[in-house]
Write a protein that binds this ligand. Sequence first.
Ligand code: PDD
Length: 284
Amino acid sequence: MSRIVYVNGRYVPEEQAVISVFDRGFLMADAVYEVTAVLDGRLVDFAGHMARLHRSLGELDMGIPVNDAELEAIHRELMARNALREGGIYLQVTRGAADRDFVFPDDAVPGLVLFTQAREIAASPLAERGMKVISIPDIRWGRRDIKTVQLLAPSLGKMQAKRAGKDDAWLVEDGMVTEGTSNNAHIVTRDGTLVTRGLSNAILHGITRASVLAFARETGTRVEERAFSVAEAQQAAEAFITSASAFVMPVVEIDGVPVGDGVPGPVAKRLRAIYIEESLKQAV
Ligand code: PDD
């Protein structure tokens, strides 16, 4: 069955969902995106995703053709038309179509595309067994805080992990882990402190990260926002990642070295359970 996709004001079957070859998102990755999780037919951390979208747009001086109320209505209409109960909604804003030129066009009309992806997130076999990751150099550009569609480096990283028989890759710069290819990286030290890299241009400011850190603090876990190395992560009690598509996902092996007991740890399991429970309560 074909999905219904939103393209520039229209809801169309996916086979008819097309944009111009001159679109700058296609030619220059001149586009930003968001992925909002859907649980129980509702939107998880929606306000956070919309706030980050506006931040990304602002950093790139890019417009958006609809207002926030319309954006939310489009999300709801897509959930309804595709009977989406669980999974995600992908949203992309592009600067629009114009003859190829590095300089921003004066007259381009921003484009907007959204589509649904049905997927089980809450009940995940990977969360039961935990992820195995490799570490690789972070070869991305310097503004990772802007959620652009320049995803070739993460894509290559995930392919390298897949070829090595692993689940994902952690990215390393100047000896320190920045984040995962499409998620934020966290560890739990042997004294129970949650350590995660602080916010800067080096990482995406994860919406799931922010919620999970708040839940951790509320439930009495000490949180330290600082960089950590692969060696420190390998010696940690636990490791995990966060993202809208994985929520909280334990990491049980880094570069062939088991983390802790080599099975999902209690802090990651608890934070995953809290995140899902609270998301079900707070989703809109
Ligand atoms: N990725 N870091 C990177 C590089 C990411 O691409 C993502 C999200 C995150 C986590 O952010 P959030 O918690 O707001 O989802 C961190 C999305 C899910 C994706 O590209 O599919």
